[in-house]
Design a protein around this ligand. Structure first.
Ligand SMILES: CC(C)(COP(=O)(O)OP(=O)(O)OC[C@H]1O[C@@H](n2cnc3c(N)ncnc32)[C@H](O)[C@@H]1OP(=O)(O)O)[C@@H](O)C(=O)NCCC(=O)NCCS
Length: 190
């Protein structure tokens, strides 16, 4: 498991993700925001988007620094239960870009996709997003990409006992760290 990166940790986001997710997306610089959404979008669009993501059936991993959400990977199944295709989207705030956070988030997202039987992963980015294409290319062993449209096919899409175990271990680690975060914050003077 790729841990910890520069000065943060990655863990699944389970509850109340709307507010922190919205604040994170609003903090993206102009270029990152455009790359994340495939074009310029307003603050209002982001507020609605984050609100909507609360109710959707997606798996989200967050990158936290001192309890603040600085990066997110979204895995959103396309269609109803047992969907075979999903969309993945990544956002990392500028100061934490190019430090391996995107790679670690993609690794966790691929594991989650595999354990859910996802075969095709659509990257929510433009084909000319070079950094995202470079990042995806690092995972060619696990993901076959059509870079024209940035669609990846997850290799060995079936979950195995080992891949399920890896996700459980990753989540347990994240949970333990989350509890430690909460305890540390509770102990700090307000
Ligand atoms: C695209 C994004 C997710 C990549 O995450 P990241 O943490 O910056 O990327 P990593 O540090 O893991 O680097 C992944 C690869 O990208 C390439 N890369 C990283 N930084 C780069 C830079 N400054 N210039 C060019 N390529 C770069 C490298 O090939 C790198 O692999 P390497 O470290 O093995 O050499 C992140 O930069 C981001 O959120 N950008 C804004 C939003 C966006 O574009 N989202 C994608 C659309 S959904």
């Amino acid at each position: 498991m790729p841990e910890p990166l520069i000065d943060g940790v990655i863990r699944k986001i389970w509850i109340d993700r709307g507010g922190p997710y919205r604040d994170h997306l609003l903090r993206l610089d102009r270029e990152s925001r455009r790359n994340r959404f495939g074009g310029a979008v307003s603050d209002e669009f982001i507020e609605n988007y984050a609100e909507l993501s609360r109710g959707l059936d997606c798996v989200m991993h967050g990158f936290f620094v001192d309890g603040l959400l600085r990066g997110v990977a979204e895995l959103r199944p396309l269609g109803k239960e047992f969907a075979k295709e999903a969309e993945a989207a990544f956002s990392i705030e500028k100061p934490w870009q190019s430090h391996g956070v995107g790679s670690a988030l993609l690794e966790r997202t691929l594991l989650a996709a595999r354990n859910r039987g996802i075969k095709l992963l659509h990257m929510a980015c433009l084909a000319n997003n070079e950094r995202m294409v470079d990042l995806a290319r690092k995972f060619e062993a696990e993901l076959t990409f059509d870079f024209g449209s940035v669609i990846g096919e997850v290799e060995a899409a079936h979950p195995t006992p080992m891949s399920m175990w890896r996700e459980v271990v990753a989540d347990t680690h994240g949970f333990a760290t989350a509890m430690l975060d909460v305890q540390t914050r509770m102990m700090k003077p307000a």
